[in-house]
Design a protein around this ligand. Structure first.
Ligand code: ISE
Length: 333
């Protein structure tokens, strides 16, 4: 069976997904694309000629030819579009965040529970990154002993002019929140935002340091710096009882010349996580065919949004914020 997918959003992420679906994922066909900007949708149709262009995403969701929907539209639209997909009974992979508010996520959880089956996946693509997958596997072998501390770094080149201080948490650190839960298999009890001296190159509180207290005692520290200038740089090191597990820098070559060594950084997350995006989209389409969804669920999407909301609270108050979650429904056990 070829999974017929409709894509909502033809911006940076939508175009990237269209490119991956049409060149690197098997058993899938992009048959529809919607964007309020018809010119952007047309660009995708040029790349995927089987795709029909829409301007209204709800018309796309209703298109009876579609088996599934990929949402890559602006963040504020995610919650309502995911609900519309559930209404139509269609599997949906939504870019992060699942919804911008905790209430929006809870509505999705309630709707999916009422349907009684998992249709929602959330694009926390790091769960498919070979490095993080291996980090989790090594930890689970037990030969490193228990994890004690996870050190993370998340640096972007330059933020968009509309970036705000809370967005360091809701837009960037959510990936650290999700991957810490995934690698450590633990929930977050408390989140604290620490605010170092600000870079003069931005008007907002940047960088920030996020501390996560996990329910198994591990502490995660993550530096989030979205105007780091030199390149897109994501690092992680897990300190365990018997040693450490560290992501290796993801470059192909290092040059040695004139008494120094160098390698290049990507300019954003798309090249850095290219393998993860491919694996995520392949697993999603396989999951649709086989009826078993992998990757981040609606529950994981809800938790990431809830922890980030507590983080924004901590940023404002300067104090640790407790994370309070709804009981986890059986559908997501
Ligand atoms: C961006 O929206 C992403 O999702 C990237 O993965 C993340 O690294 C970046 O900081 C965000 O702005």
């Amino acid at each position: 069976m070829t999974v017929k997918v409709g894509l909502i959003g033809a911006g940076v992420m939508g175009s990237d997904h269209a490119q991956i679906l049409s060149s690197a994922v098997s058993g899938v066909e992009l048959v529809a694309v919607s964007d309020p900007d018809a010119a952007r949708a047309t660009k995708i149709v040029e790349m995927c000629p089987a795709a029909r262009a829409f301007t209204d995403p709800l018309d796309l969701i209703r298109d009876s030819r579609l088996d599934a929907v990929l949402v890559a539209s602006p963040d504020e639209s995610h919650g309502a579009l995911v609900l519309a997909c559930l209404e139509a009974g269609k599997p949906v992979l939504c870019e992060k965040p699942l919804a911008t508010s905790v209430e929006g996520c809870l509505k999705i959880l309630a709707k999916e529970r009422a349907l009684g089956r998992r249709l929602v996946s959330v694009g926390y693509m790091r769960r498919f990154d070979p490095g993080y997958v291996e980090m989790k596997r090594r930890l689970q072998t037990g030969d490193m002993g228990a994890a004690l501390i996870m050190h993370c770094i998340h640096r972007n080149v330059a933020a968009s002019p509309s970036a705000t201080a809370p967005m360091l948490i809701t837009n960037s650190a959510v990936h650290e929140i999700d991957i810490a839960r995934f690698v450590l298999d633990a929930e977050i009890e408390r989140i604290t935002l620490v605010t170092p001296r600000k870079t003069a190159l931005s008007g907002i509180q940047d960088p920030q340091i996020m501390l996560l207290a996990m329910d198994n005692g591990v502490v995660v520290d993550a530096e989030i710096f979205i105007n780091a200038q030199y390149g897109y740089d994501v690092r992680a090191e897990l300190v365990c009882e018997q040693g450490t597990i560290t992501l290796t820098p993801p470059h192909d070559v290092t040059t040695t010349r004139a008494a120094s060594q160098a390698f290049a950084f990507p300019s954003d997350w798309r090249p850095r996580f290219a393998a993860a995006y491919r694996a995520e989209l392949q697993a999603w389409t396989q999951g649709i065919r086989g009826g078993v969804m992998t990757g981040a669920s609606a529950w994981d999407g809800y938790v990431a949004t809830a922890v980030a909301a507590a983080g924004v609270e901590s940023l404002a108050s300067g104090r640790p914020a407790k994370v309070t979650l709804e009981p986890r429904p059986a559908l997501y056990q």
